[in-house]
Design a protein around this ligand. Structure first.
Ligand code: PBG
Length: 309
C-alpha cells in the first residue's frame, strides 16, 4: 500500500472545509486508510479576499480556483476540492477534473426575514444575492422587489440578514445541508421556477494530468451519474461561453442509460428568457449539453446577449 500523505487543498470557508472533510472521509472508507493518511491544506483565494464588489466585476469564477490550481501545479497539494458550480469551463494545461462526488440536492432556497416565501414579501422588499442567475430569477417572479448585491460566504450572508441589510437571500440547499444548517431555509424553490446553476450541488476533485496515484485514489470515490450530468452541464455552459455575466441555469438528470437536460438563459432583468429540454443517451452527455447550448444560443440570437452586456 502507498502510504505517502495525500495533500488535499481547499479554500478556508466553512463550506469549503466541510467539503474537504467529506472528501477525506470518503477516501478513508474507500481505501481503508486512517485520517493521518491525509492532510487538509487551506489555501486563501482572491475570491475569498475580494468582498467589496460582485465577482462578475472582479474577474469571474476563476477567482475561487486560481490559487488552488497554482498549488496543484507547484506540487504543494495533490488534489483540490471544489464546488463544481464555481469551476470555469476550461482548466489550466496539466490539470483535469478527475472525480465528482455523489450530488446533493440541486435546489435553491429562500431565507426570508420579512416573509417565509418570496411570494409573500411586501412590495419593494430587498433581496440580496450576488448571483446573476438568482437575481434574474427573482426579478422574473417579483419585478417589484429591490435586488441588491450580497457577497460573502454563507455565514456572512446570514449575518447581513440579521443586521437587516436585506429582507431575504437565496442560498444553495446543498451548501446548507453540508453545513448542517438547512433549518435556516424558509422556502425550498421548485426547480421549474428556480432552476439551478450548472454544477450546483456537486463537489468535484481536480488533480494533475498523469498523476497516477491521485487519479487512482479519487477514482474510488467517483460517482458515475454525477460525472455524466456534469459533463452535460459544463458542455452547455461552455457552448454559451458562460461567464459570471450571463444568467444561465442548467440541470441534467441521469436515469440509467438515459439523460434529460433542461437549460435556461435569461436577461438580467428576468423579462426575457429562452429554455431548452433535451433527452438522449447518458453516454452522449457532453454532446447533448453542447448541442443544447448551440441551439439555445441560435434561438435567442446574438441580440439577446448583446442587449445588456
Ligand atoms: N459560489 C458559492 C457557492 N458555491 C457552491 C455553493 C453551494 C454548494 C453547491 O452548490 O455545491 C455556494 C454557496 C451558495 O450558492 O449558496
Amino acid at each position: 500500500m502507498d502510504t505517502r500523505l495525500l495533500r488535499i487543498g481547499t479554500r478556508g470557508s466553512p463550506l469549503a472545509l466541510a467539503q474537504a472533510s467529506e472528501t477525506r472521509a470518503r477516501l478513508m472508507v474507500a481505501h481503508d486508510l486512517p485520517e493521518e493518511a491525509f492532510a487538509i491544506e487551506v489555501i486563501s483565494t482572491s475570491g475569498d479576499r475580494i468582498q467589496d464588489r460582485p465577482l462578475s466585476e472582479a474577474g469571474g469564477k476563476g477567482l475561487f480556483t486560481k490559487e488552488l490550481e497554482e498549488a496543484l501545479l507547484d506540487g504543494r497539494i495533490d488534489i483540490a476540492v471544489h464546488s463544481s458550480k464555481d469551476m470555469p469551463t476550461t482548466l489550466p494545461d496539466g490539470l483535469e477534473l478527475s472525480a465528482f462526488l455523489p450530488r446533493e440536492d440541486v435546489r435553491d432556497v429562500f431565507v426570508g426575514r420579512a416573509a417565509k416565501r418570496i411570494a409573500d414579501l411586501p412590495q419593494g422588499a430587498t433581496v440580496g444575492s450576488s448571483s446573476l442567475r438568482r437575481q434574474a430569477l427573482i426579478r422574473r417572479m417579483r419585478p417589484d422587489l429591490n435586488v441588491i448585491t450580497f457577497r460573502g460566504n454563507v455565514q456572512t450572508r446570514l449575518r447581513k440578514l440579521e443586521e437587516g441589510v436585506a429582507d431575504g437571500t437565496m442560498l444553495a440547499l446543498a451548501g446548507l445541508k453540508r453545513l448542517g444548517m438547512d433549518h435556516v431555509a424558509t422556502e425550498i424553490m421548485p426547480e421549474a421556477q428556480f432552476p439551478p446553476a450548472p454544477g450546483q450541488g456537486a463537489i468535484c476533485i481536480e488533480s494533475r494530468v498523469g498523476d497516477e496515484r491521485a487519479t487512482a485514489m479519487v477514482a474510488a470515490i467517483h460517482d458515475r451519474d454525477t460525472g455524466l450530468a456534469l459533463a452535460c452541464e459544463r458542455a452547455f455552459l461552455a457552448a454559451l461561453d458562460g461567464s459570471c455575466r450571463t444568467p444561465i441555469a442548467g440541470h441534467a438528470r441521469i436515469d440509467g442509460d438515459a439523460l434529460r437536460f433542461s437549460g435556461l438563459i435569461l436577461t438580467p432583468d428576468g423579462k426575457r428568457s429562452h429554455s431548452i429540454e433535451r433527452v438522449g443517451r447518458a453516454d452522449e452527455a457532453a454532446t447533448i449539453g453542447r448541442e443544447a447550448g448551440d441551439a439555445i444560443r441560435a434561438e435567442a440570437g446574438d441580440g439577446f446577449f448583446e442587449s445588456w452586456v
